[in-house]
Design a protein around this ligand. Structure first.
Ligand code: AMP
Ligand code: FE
Ligand code: FE
Ligand code: ZN
Length: 289
């Protein structure tokens, strides 16, 4: 029970691109001794909804979350994908928020259809049926990557992204996504707490620029910053903690566990133990609401 007193606020089930069922994820969290777990699947609450009964059965504090794709415009006309986490620690999302999420799911289905076409134009043999067989109708690019590996087009996950489906790769298809500031508003109106996921992936190398962008989102209604994350080594976590304090944002943290889809990332502890999220951060998240 080395993780007693610790929590994990970022995890995925097979309702999105994780490999474990909601029940398996809850039981793993319990087994490793976590105090609380947030399920934050991409654009769906289905995994959380299914997990509730199992969490109750084993006595695990389960938090409703979701991870949303958004578009962030940077000065100079560049645009980044920003993953926005939304937590509903003490109340259910509004009806209109749930409908908005369903709309986002349609955007994912459309993107998947277009990405299959794009890969086929490059001469690859892949079908939408194969993709949806793995990821249900909410398949993500990691599911595409697995198929490309199995068919011998790519060596591994990273190779699949580098050569075919990553943002810089030839077959990449952009998915329609709301602007970050707009999504922050939608989350707040829906009763949720909006938090920037893994800020390192914004790859804004100029610290002043980074601070400016985050402060602007804070002014737009953002509540938190994911300081602790398995892609963020300790020095970077200290950097983001300072930034969160400067911008009056709540620090949060999680492993971003995906099961065998990302085998080096461990629930509750991240990569080589770089994630340890104290229980207190969830208490503060709940106080916000
Ligand atoms: P999707 O939401 O379907 O567009 O897929 C996004 C997921 O693909 C992310 O959560 C990552 O797990 C993975 N991903 C995106 N870009 C890359 C990349 N360049 N290299 C490796 N994995 C990536
Ligand atoms: Fe994911
Ligand atoms: Fe993410
Ligand atoms: Zn995630």
């Amino acid at each position: 029970m080395e993780l007693k007193g610790f929590i994990d606020l970022h995890s995925h089930t097979n309702a999105s691109d994780g490999s474990l069922t909601p029940q398996e994820l809850v039981e793993l969290a319990k087994r490793i001794g976590l105090d609380a777990l947030a399920i934050t699947d991409h654009e769906t609450f289905a995994g959380y909804d299914e997990a509730v009964q199992f969490a109750r059965a084993v006595g695990l504090d389960l938090v409703r979350g979701i991870e949303l794709n958004t578009q962030l415009d940077l000065p100079g006309g560049t645009r980044r994908t920003l993953h926005l986490l939304a937590y509903f620690p003490s109340s259910s999302p509004s009806e209109s928020f749930s409908r908005w999420v369903e709309n986002q799911q349609n955007g994912r289905r459309e993107r998947n259809r277009a990405l299959v076409e794009s890969l086929r134009r490059q001469g690859l043999d892949i079908s939408l049926e194969e993709v949806e067989a793995r990821g249900r109708s909410l398949a993500g690019r990691p599911h595409f990557a697995r198929i490309l590996i199995e068919k011998g087009y790519a060596r591994d996950h990273q190779d699949a992204f580098n050569r075919f489906i990553g943002e810089e790769a030839p077959a990449f298809v952009e998915r329609l996504a709301p602007k970050t500031a707009e999504a922050i508003q939608v989350v707040r109106l829906g009763g949720g707490v909006p938090v920037i996921a893994h800020p390192v992936r914004l790859s804004i190398s100029d610290t002043n620029e980074e601070r400016r962008v985050i402060r602007e989102l804070s002014d737009a209604g953002l509540s938190g910053l994911e300081v602790i994350h398995s892609d963020q080594p300790p020095a970077l976590q200290r950097h983001y903690l300072a930034l969160a304090e400067e911008c009056a944002l709540l620090p949060t943290g999680g492993s971003d566990f995906h099961g065998s889809a990302k085998p080096n990332v461990h629930l509750g502890s991240g990569v080589e133990g770089n994630v340890r999220v104290p229980r207190e951060l969830l208490d503060r998240l709940r106080e916000l609401k």
